[in-house]
Structures are given as structure tokens and as C-alpha cells.
Design a protein around this ligand. Structure first.
Ligand code: FPP
Length: 245
């Protein structure tokens, strides 16, 4: 039986975050350049978006480019930026028709002009769609996210708009790039590594984590369903005890 047929559709995670790892190794295994792996990774993005719509998942956040990825060779960075432009140009109308709302998490102003313009257009065109929230983390780092939130909060305190004693979880949530989006319930990392890699450090605090050796270009609805099935059979306690203990 397929995992997608074994899921409890009344207990789906509301928000899934994904570290899409393994594009380079997928390509190397086939004697192809790394960028070919990233291109196939873009197909993985198409597949997970459709899978989330089909499985009735409300939000998905994909780690496409980290603040650390600028350290990669220039041609790989340039290739990834071009792929993102291609993705938005090709997919945006279809995403819009499906009811997908695109948001970018990260420092959009720090992107080159081309990707920035496409990202802004995608956000504007799909704003208000409610079937699936597709959050793409670009030029994103979990620490940078927390720092920019703290800076905004400090400015409000300095201007007398916020009292120090009123700073709580909700205030932090409201100032992060993900403001208004519920925290991920499940974080998936493909490609066999078992690290957080500076991804949604605040937001992933209580996420169940699922690792797989599958390389990102091979990701599909069955792999996603396996992760969700595993999630549905876990006991989430948020630091408390199970009710029968
Ligand atoms: C990690 O694999 C992947 C990335 C750094 C980029 C992810 C980008 C995509 C999936 C394609 C474009 C995205 C969008 C939103 C259109 P890696 O290169 O670190 O793989 P490796 O660990 O095998 O070297």
C-alpha cells in the first residue's frame, strides 16, 4: 500500500519546512554538472507544491538559498539565481491559478535586480491566495532573521511604541520574516545530512524532524507522504507529558 493512501487526512501538518539537500550529489552520481542537479531540483519544487495542494497542506517553506550560499563558486550562485528567475517566470501564472500565495523569507533587498524583481512580482500577483502558502527562503539565515527582528523591536522600544516588558513570543513572531505564518509542525531534510543549517531557528523550535537519504531531485509525493505518515505516528508533547502518563 502506498503511504499517500495510509495518511489520516484529519491530522495533516499545517506547515512543513524543507531543507532541499542533495542536488549536487544527485548530479555527480550521473556524471553531470552541479547545476544540472539544481535544475532537476526545480522539478522537485514543482512536485512538492502539487503534492502539498493534493494532500491539503496549508503552508510549505522551502530553503532555496541561504545567506551562506554566497560562498559557493560564482557560476553556481549565478546559475541558482537564473533558475529562480526561470521558476517564477514559468510557474507564476499556474501557481496563481492553483491558489498558491508566494512569500519570500529572507533579505530580498540583498538579491540581484533580476531575481528581486521576479520575486516581488510573484508576491504581488499571488497575494491573497489561500489554498497553499508557498514560502521560499532566499538569502535567508535563521540567525539573520532573529537579528533583523530584534533590530525592528529595539527601534519600536526606542521610539516609545513598545515597552520592554511586553516583548514576548508573539512580538518576536510578528517581526520575523515569517510574520503571520504558523510555526512548522514538521521539518524535512533530504540528502542524508542531519543538520539544521541555520534554517528557521526560532520557528522550527517544536517541529518534528524527519531525515531521509533521498536526494532532493528524487523527492515526490510518496516521500512526502512517508514523512507525514511518520509525523502522524509521533507523540508531540511540547515539553509536557503524554495525557496517559
Ligand atoms: C542543496 O543541494 C540545494 C541548494 C543549495 C539549492 C536548492 C535549489 C533548488 C532546489 C532549485 C531552485 C529553487 C527554486 C525555488 C526554483 P546541494 O547543492 O548542497 O547538494 P549537495 O549537498 O549534494 O552538494
Amino acid at each position: 500500500m502506498k503511504y499517500s493512501e495510509m495518511l489520516d487526512y484529519n491530522n495533516m501538518p499545517t506547515h512543513i519546512s524543507v531543507i532541499m539537500d542533495g542536488n549536487g550529489r544527485w548530479a555527480k552520481k550521473r556524471g553531470m554538472p552541479r547545476l544540472y542537479g539544481h535544475r532537476q531540483g526545480m522539478e522537485g519544487v514543482r512536485r512538492i507544491v502539487q503534492a502539498c495542494v493534493d494532500l491539503n497542506i496549508r503552508y510549505v517553506t522551502l530553503y532555496a538559498f541561504s545567506t551562506e550560499n554566497w560562498k559557493r563558486p560564482q557560476d553556481e550562485v549565478g546559475g541558482l539565481m537564473k533558475l529562480m528567475v526561470e521558476y517564477f517566470n514559468k510557474e507564476i501564472d499556474e501557481l496563481d491559478e492553483k491558489g498558491v500565495c508566494v512569500r519570500i523569507l529572507g533579505d530580498v533587498d540583498g538579491l540581484p535586480a533580476g531575481p528581486k524583481a521576479c520575486a516581488v512580482k510573484a508576491i504581488e500577483q499571488t497575494a491573497g491566495n489561500e489554498v497553499l502558502g508557498l514560502n521560499i527562503a532566499i538569502n535567508y539565515g535563521g540567525r539573520a532573521d532573529i537579528i533583523q527582528a530584534v533590530q525592528k523591536i529595539c527601534t519600536e522600544v526606542q521610539d516609545g511604541r513598545l515597552a520592554i516588558e511586553d516583548i514576548d513570543d508573539a512580538v518576536m513572531d510578528a517581526h520575523l520574516y515569517s510574520a503571520g505564518i504558523p510555526d512548522p509542525d514538521l521539518m524535512i531534510r533530504t540528502g542524508g545530512e542531519k543538520r539544521l543549517s541555520n534554517f528557521l531557528l526560532w520557528q522550527n523550535s517544536y517541529a518534528e524532524i524527519w531525515f531521509t537519504d533521498v536526494y532532493w531531485p528524487d523527492f515526490d509525493i510518496e516521500v512526502l507522504s512517508r514523512a507525514v505518515y511518520d509525523y502522524q505516528n509521533r507523540d508531540r508533547r511540547y515539553g509536557g507529558l503524554r495525557e496517559d502518563k
